[in-house]
Every structure is written in structure tokens, then in C-alpha cells.
Design a protein around this ligand. Structure first.
Ligand SMILES: [Zn+2]
Length: 215
């Protein structure tokens, strides 16, 4: 094939658009997170040029994963997954709950930034989950957050005597939020059904720094 001017323009267009929209598949994205967490645990962090990344990313972003995490100060996703700028699209709310606002943010990342993996990330000893388990007086706004965790607490309580009720509720809450994402979002439901999107659950252990998957 001979390259004339229009061929070259077309070629440049395809190369630039594939760079701009080059997307990491869901399984690969999950492996990136797992290996990032392994580096965090080993203390062998990847070298980062954050200011360089600021310049590289000024015109766009293409995060390979969306993370719905708790606001807890001990679980910052970029650090525990040893990631740089522009890689993770993060929504953080106490109890990692899928409120309409959280789902809207996630839909934006999936629809417009083409992220193909969502991780709902809970963590051990979560204060929001503990509050939902223990009940008691709280503010109306906190009450709204806790409302999203109640299905997990109700399911756990129906299981009889449990030694570590909070930990069980943390695990169940991750599963309930995953379910909630597709129940409340036709967009996410359709993407999951077509195989274009994977939603998985993880729980971060505050004692070890390790993320384990929730099945
Ligand atoms: Zn928490």
C-alpha cells in the first residue's frame, strides 16, 4: 500500500484515537489491581513521575478501573493499589454504598471513559457497617447512608449466631452493593450482560493491607 497524504492523515487519526481510547479489558484490569496491591504489601512501589503524568493527562483520561470504596482514611485506593494518576476512577462514600449519585458517577466512567471493570471495595472494621449493625441514634444524613447497608445487616441477622457480625456484614454489604449497581442502572446491567463490563467485590484488611476478593 502506497501512503499518500490522505492515507497518512487517516493512519494518524486511528493511532491517536486508539491511544486515547485504548482500554484495558476487565480481567487484565483486575490483574493490574492485584499486582498493585502485591507491590504495596511488599513495599516495592513502582516508580512514578506524577508531574509528568499531570502533563500527559491534561487533555483526557482513560482509567482502567472504577472503584466504589469507603471514605475511611486508611483505605486510599491509589496507594493500596500502588497506582498513578489517571488510572483509577474512584467514588468514595462511607460504607461504599451505591447511592444514585455514586451510580451516576460510575455510569459516567463506564459510558464516557470506557472503563470495563468496577470493584466494590469494602474493608474490615468499617465504621459505617458497624453503625448499621449496632443501630442507635445518629444524624438524619448518616441515617440515609446506613439505610443502604441495612439489607446486608438483615441478611446477616437471619443467619443466626455469628461470631464476627461486622465482618460478615462487610462481606455481605459488598455483595449487596454489587447487586444494587445493576438493579438501579440499566446501563450497567446491559454492559454486564453483554460482557463489556465486569463488577467484582473486594475487602481490604486494615490489619494487613491486603485486598481479598469477595465471592
Ligand atoms: Zn468504612
Amino acid at each position: 500500500m502506497r501512503f499518500n497524504r490522505s492515507n497518512i492523515v487517516l493512519l494518524i487519526f486511528f493511532i491517536s484515537s486508539s491511544v486515547l481510547f485504548s482500554q484495558v479489558g476487565p480481567e487484565e484490569a483486575l490483574k493490574y489491581l492485584e499486582s498493585g496491591n502485591a507491590r504495596f504489601l511488599s513495599g516495592q512501589f513502582s516508580k512514578k513521575d506524577l508531574l509528568g503524568e499531570v502533563k500527559n493527562l491534561q487533555n483526557g483520561q482513560s482509567p482502567y478501573a472504577v472503584i466504589l470504596a469507603c471514605s475511611d482514611s486508611r483505605v486510599p485506593p491509589e496507594l493500596v493499589f500502588d497506582e498513578s494518576l489517571g488510572k483509577l476512577f474512584i467514588v468514595r462514600l462511607a460504607g461504599n454504598v451505591a447511592t444514585p449519585e455514586a451510580i451516576g458517577s460510575i455510569e459516567y466512567a463506564v459510558e464516557h471513559l470506557h472503563s470495563q471493570l468496577i470493584v466494590v471495595l469494602g474493608h474490615s472494621k468499617c465504621g459505617a457497617v458497624t453503625a448499621a449493625v449496632n443501630g442507635g441514634h445518629t444524624t438524619p444524613n448518616i441515617e440515609k447512608l446506613i439505610h443502604y447497608i441495612e439489607p446486608a445487616v438483615n441478611e446477616a441477622k437471619s443467619m443466626g449466631d455469628i461470631a464476627d457480625m461486622v465482618q460478615l456484614c462487610v462481606d455481605l454489604n459488598v455483595k449487596h452493593q454489587i447487586k444494587h449497581l445493576t438493579e438501579k442502572s440499566p446501563l450497567l446491567e446491559e454492559k454486564v450482560a453483554s460482557g463489556a463490563l465486569l463488577i467484582v467485590g473486594g475487602v481490604y484488611d486494615l490489619a494487613t493491607g491486603q485486598m481479598k476478593s469477595v465471592q
